[in-house]
Design a protein around this ligand. Structure first.
Ligand code: BGC
Length: 481
């Protein structure tokens, strides 16, 4: 028994069975989608200098070039849910890859800033659509015993994409002229690979059954999970599909309030605990710690933030299906909260030094070194918890009938929250100082801890059908869920 997503209980004895080559391809799809997300997020900071010198643009245009990818991704994530329901998971991923390749090609060949902005927007929509469709597809294709690991691969590749982008930024930062075109254009490669990986794969059995294509659902199951009890899986998926057709009204229906609040809450808290503020602030903190050239700051950011982020995501990939979602999240939030408090206190000290005229740039000050270590602890704690586990939970908690729309709402909330944090981070530091800002993030970790502790049920090893049934049982028993 291979315990597919649908209806079979977890069978520990058989959990070491090899993975079919089709499943490997499913993993490749979700990994390439993550790579697109991460690379796109990381590469722009290094490309900006070249863009500025090619087009001689204003700050406003630079801000638009930077942030419209997120805006595009927000739109893409919102539309992605309807697309996955109407056209299927597979075709939606293919469309996302085409959009992405197109956007990246327009960006790198752009003759003017406005064409560049259009390219950024198109690529952003592609990233947004992929960020809904690919992890959802992986969650529906993976056996229950491996689902957390499969979706965590998505986060692993987001972090790897950010890391590669840092490296490319570093390598090409010394070059002048039009290198930024290559930096942006390079992302055509994972986009094309995503197309190639997705083409031979079938859609998910859930979508086939949703659209009345029983034969295709059976053959998809046979291919991806040759050892599963297919009849039982099909029956279980069909049972989970009983009920109203997907609609936004159904997503917000009272009986699904618990998974809705959980998904939206986790998506927003993942951002409000400050990850992108910290990633953004890394260079400044390294400056305060005594790295006095921009080059050494970038190198420090690449290795102690970028590489630590990748390394610790492996912990989640390895343990999310063994330890479970709750322990990883709770432990990670403690690490994040404590390290943010330490950063906050150190900043009080650094601000004091700055105000009193000492130069923190010549040698690493004690506060600077402690800040550096605390930053690494923060990134490591995020990387094995909130980073991957939030995406895992978002993609498994919604009932089959509304999964596409539910995932899309949560993903869009995540993009909106990411945009808010990056947009207002600087204003917040101007207003309450760096120390105050990090203290606010630490406070959000406490809120998140309470949220997870109270509202998140453990979903490790449960099939998607079992998770759906759990919500129905809870609503029926009147338990607060
Ligand atoms: C978040 C991104 C973040 C990245 C860092 C992802 O899970 O959604 O906003 O930049 O993790 O690794």
């Amino acid at each position: 028994m291979a315990a597919t997503e649908s209806g079979q209980p977890h069978d520990a004895k058989r959990s070491n069975r090899g993975i079919s080559r089709w499943l490997v391809l499913v993993a490749a799809v979700v990994m390439l989608a993550g790579l697109l997300f991460g690379y796109d997020q990381g590469v722009i900071s290094g490309a900006l200098r070249g863009i500025e010198s090619t087009f001689r643009v204003s700050t406003l245009v630079i801000e638009i070039v930077t942030s419209w990818v997120t805006l595009g991704a927000l739109v893409g994530a919102l539309g992605g849910g309807t697309m996955t329901d109407r056209f299927g998971r597979r075709r939606t991923v293919l469309a996302a890859a085409v959009l992405f390749v197109l956007g990246a090609a327009i960006e790198s060949a752009a003759p003017s800033t406005w064409v560049l902005v259009v390219g950024r927007l198109v690529a952003g929509v592609g990233v947004g659509v992929a960020s809904v469709a690919a992890p959802l597809y992986a969650a529906e294709m993976a056996p229950a015993r491996l689902r957390g690991r499969f979706v965590s691969l998505y986060q692993l590749m987001i972090t790897f994409g950010i890391f590669v982008a840092y490296l490319v930024d570093q390598l090409l930062s010394v070059a002048s002229g039009s290198w930024w075109r290559l930096m942006l254009g390079l992302s055509v490669v994972p986009g094309l690979l995503l197309l190639v990986a997705m083409l031979p794969l079938p859609d998910s059995p859930v979508w086939y059954l949703k659209t009345g294509q029983r034969g295709k659902a059976q053959s998809a199951l046979r291919r991806v999970q040759p050892d599963a009890d297919h009849q039982r899986d099909i029956a279980s998926i069909e049972a989970s599909l009983q009920g109203p057709q997907p609609s936004w009204g159904e997503v917000f229906a009272r009986r699904w309030r618990a998974p809705l609040v959980l998904g939206l809450g986790l998506a927003v808290l993942q951002q409000f605990t400050g990850i992108n503020g910290v990633i953004y602030y890394a260079d400044t903190i390294f400056e305060a710690a005594g790295f006095d050239t921009p080059r050494s700051q970038t190198a420090a950011t690449t290795w102690s933030i970028g590489a630590v982020n990748v390394l610790f995501t492996f912990v989640a990939v390895g343990y999310v299906d063994r330890f479970g979602r709750r322990p990883l999240l709770l432990a990670g939030l403690v690490g994040m909260g404590v390290s943010l408090l330490v950063i906050s206190v150190c900043f009080l000290r650094l601000e004091h030094v700055a105000v009193h005229g000492a130069s923190p740039g010549n040698a690493p000050s004690a506060a600077g070194v402690v800040t550096l270590v605390a930053m690494m602890v923060f990134i490591a704690s995020f990387a094995f918890s909130l980073g991957p586990v939030v995406w895992t939970v978002i993609n498994e908690i919604y009932p089959s009938t509304i999964r596409g729309l539910g995932v899309s709402a949560a993903t869009a909330a995540n993009w909106a929250a990411a945009w808010l944090v990056t947009q207002f981070f600087l204003s917040l530091t101007d207003w309450i100082g760096e120390s105050g800002t990090f203290a606010v993030f630490a406070g959000m970790c406490v809120v998140s801890f309470g949220f997870v502790w109270k509202l998140l049920p453990e979903t490790k090893g449960r099939t998607l059908g079992e998770i759906q049934q759990m919500w129905v049982d809870r609503a029926g028993s009147g338990r607060p869920s």
